[in-house]
Every structure is written in structure tokens, then in C-alpha cells.
Design a protein around this ligand. Sequence first.
Ligand code: PMP
Length: 401
Amino acid sequence: MTAAALSQFGTKHVAKGIGRLTTQVIESGSGSYITMVGGRKMLDFTTGIGVANLGHCHPAVTKAAQSQVGKLVHGQVNIAFQKPYLDLVESLIPLMPHKSLDTFFFWNSGAEAVEAAVKLARHATKKQNIIVMQGSYHGRTFGTMAMTRSKTVYGEGFAPLMPGVFSVPFPYCAQCSIAKHSDGKHNFQNCCMDPLLQLELLLKRESAPSDTAAIVIEPVLGEGGYVPPPAHYLARLREICDKNNILLVADEVQCGFGRTGKMFAVEHWDVRPDIMIMAKGIANGFPLSAIVSRKELMDTQKPGTMGGTYAGNAVSCAAGVAVAKAFRDERILDNVNARGAELRATLNAAKADSKTGAGDLRCPGSGVDVGVGMCAGSWVCVEDTGEMYGEGYVGAHDVDL
Ligand code: PMP
């Protein structure tokens, strides 16, 4: 079939509800590029939505998966341990942002891992409510639809969703009402007090701490606008959780695995989550997700309450081991930061040019200016006074700017 015929075939026979940016058909991918059926080569700014962080078909990951396919494809986790699963745990332990995070559970997708984190939080605390951030994206299952607050389209018409989910604003300096009405300078005092106050009020008025199991947050807001929080925000959130006996859950599905210039975004602010959720970059495209927690918390769940037919698939785990090794051997984070600095400089120059209409340029990690111009990591978003008109991801691989 020609490219056009394939595209028509897909439009006719593949569910419209998926929605896609383009009806072009990808045939192959290599590094930062994808090639469409018919031969058109494109720079893949999406990296498969934050997945192919090492670039498409990274040779070591491909080799590890190919080798595993010949040994064992499926070893069901509720039957026995399997070697690649344990190898992956061993590879991930040294990468964790805090040494207390030492006990793992693997799933297939990000949404399933978010649900696993909610299950664990509810079961361990014997409390039911979950607080999420406005603008957050956590998935498309019934539980995660209730938690996703980035766009109404995800949940519209599917009610009733999981009850007991409350939301508070994510601190976004450029849109902060307090900052806007002050002298225009952004600082911690006037930038994130508003959302923290809203949280304190929520705990007082709507979801009592004695009913609240967890606060789930993307440490850098993803789909909701690619927003890093102000410098001290996560530490304050940790304090509020500790004071009220609420678990802090970091959804690092999108911002983890090098995307912000550190292995995990929470490292920018040195904050320890009680549960961390991983997916996407964990296996560079093979279906795999995970939650990690401290052993005494994770092991509150009885045997049999976790697991699934494909959870922690052997080939995906072998790919994950190769990903962790590549991060180490190829000094991927150094490259992320070097490329991120180049991109930041280029986009800052574009922002300075009034003709581009660019409003806010941000990246986590600079540690200096938390407002306009903050940028030090691996991806950016350029906005036109609030309305996003373009967003770009840069993975850990080289990109020609
Ligand atoms: N959490 C976050 C922060 C995400 O960005 C995503 C996916 N975009 C998910 C959860 C859900 O992951 P999946 O699509 O693998 O279910």
C-alpha cells in the first residue's frame, strides 16, 4: 500500500477516539529521527511523548531485547521470580533519588502504575481521599481519569469516575494571581503561597487529613503546561504531608529518566517521595512501568493483591536494564544538560525577539530565577501569554538546532 492508502486504511479501521497529531505512518526510527512510509525523515520532537529518551532504537537496548527474546519472553510474576526482573531492580536501586526507595513493583503502563500507587496509599493508610494538582495528567483508566485534570476531554461523558479525588492549583509563577498583582518580580514568598494556602484550606474544608491518603504530584507538571514548581514548593508540600500523616506520591512517568537534566525531577529539590511512579523512559519504548517505595510501606499489601499477566515482562525488563546501563556508560545526563543549555540559549534569543511572540520559557533546575526565563533541563515549552502554541521535547540524544 502507498503511504496515502495506508493512512486512509488507518483512518477507516482504527478507533477515532485515539486521536492523533498526524495521519502520517511511521515506519522506522533511529536516534532523534523517525522515517515515514514513503521515506520522509523527520526530527522527532515528541520522542513518542517522552519515551525514547535515549533515541529511537538505541543499539544497546535493541540488542538486550533481542537477546532476551531468545531466552524467555514471558515469566509470570505471580508464579515465580524471573531473572531480568531482578536484574532491573538491581539496576534501578542505585538510581533512586533516596535510599529509602528500595522495593519495587512493575506494571505495564503509566496509568496502571498510578493506580498501583493509589491502591498502595489507600491500603497502607486506611484512608480514601487523594489530592491531585489541577493541570495534571495521570492516565486514561477509570481511576486515573478521575485524577487527570489537564483537559476535560479525558473524562467528559465517562462518569461516574473514582470518587474521593480533590484538586488544588499547581504553582505556576507566570500565571500566579498574587505575583501578577505584585511588583511583577517572582519570588518564593509571593509565588507559591497561593497554591499552598489553597491546599491548607482544602485539608480544612473538604478533605480532612484523617481522610486523605496521598497527594499525587508530577514534580514538573507535564501535559498541563510543562511547569516546574518554584524552588521551595515541593519541600513545603513534604512538610504538609508529614504534618498531616499524608503520603507524598511523585508521578515521574513523564519527567523521570533524564528528561529534566537529573535522573528524576524530585532531585532538583532534594525531596523524598513516599511512593514514586515511573514509566515511559524506563525501558525506552518497551511497555513497562513501576512504583517504588520503602519496604515497610510496600509490604502492607497482602500477597496476591499485586501483579498481572504481563506485569514486568521479561523483554521489557531486559530493555530497562540496558537503559540504566546506557545512562551510566554513555553519561547521558551530561548530554541532556549540554543540549538543554544550547536549546535554552536559542529559545531565550527567540524570546527576546518580540516578533516571535514568545511569552514564558521555562525549564527546571536553574535554581536561580523561578519565573520567566528559567531553563536548565532537557525540555522546554514556549508560550504565548498563557496559551500554549508550541511545545518541544528534547530527549537525551543530540538534536540539530
Ligand atoms: N502520568 C503521567 C505524568 C503521564 O505523562 C502519563 C502519560 N502521558 C501517564 C501517567 C500515563 O501513562 P500511560 O500512557 O503509559 O498510561
